[in-house]
Design a protein around this ligand. Sequence first.
Ligand code: NDP
Length: 247
Amino acid sequence: TDSPLSGKVALVTGASSGIGEATAAALAAAGAKVAVAARRIDRLATLSSRIEKAGGTAFAIEADIAKGGDVAAMVDRAASEWGRLDILVNNAGVMLLAPTAEADLDDWRRMIELNLVGLMGTTKAALPHLKASKGHVVNVSSVAGRVANPGASGYAATKFGVVAFSESLRREVYADKVRVTVIEPGLVRTELGDHITNQEFKAGLEHRLATMEALTAEDIANAILYAVSQPPRVNINEILIRPTDQE
Ligand code: NDP
């Protein structure tokens, strides 16, 4: 067919809302079979049926990516469902903003376990499949992976970490024709801020979102679709994408 991703199998983590949900729908509309993973299985089931109704193919996997054991099982299920894995979108993440002096150590641990260790473990588990398929890893970092703002010390540490991990990975696997892309979004209107435990920073983010035209999850999905639809010789290493309203 003419669909750019027909015959490809993708795994999208954090697909139960926001950027991951929009990305899964976009990849499926472009012809990929899509495994969608997160903890909220009800939301994944709704997304899967929406994709299938639109003529696509999807499969929901319940996984807590902050738990070491779950990630290998998640990747195995995604790769065995259709016998291959071509595209891994490591999108699951949390942003628990707080100034360092007031930060909750458990918030830091949650971010490191999910945004960093979870992403790294998922990637490691997927590598044999991606080498076999000459596949593609897309890691969702952030503007906070390039600019470290006050109040984002812990979050930025994880997102700078994603950039560093991705660059090292790219140099390890390019000779196997595996591509690595980092996506660095600015403010996107999603559920991300809902989990912030510091009330001042939670309110501050809500105020910013209310007084600007933020990006939509679909804007980021389009960027990811662009990266993974290029011919095999083209490796889009990094996409930094801010709302026009963001400094
Ligand atoms: P959402 O909160 O809408 O989505 C986060 C996703 O991560 C959900 O699907 C959630 O699913 C999943 N998730 C959270 N914890 C876990 C876990 N322990 N195991 C598995 N999945 C988990 O936010 P966004 O769509 O905005 O966030 C997606 C990514 O984009 C994140 O990495 C974020 O850092 C990044 N980003 C977002 C920006 C923004 O402004 N929104 C800007 C820059 C980067 P569930 O709870 O069901 O497990």
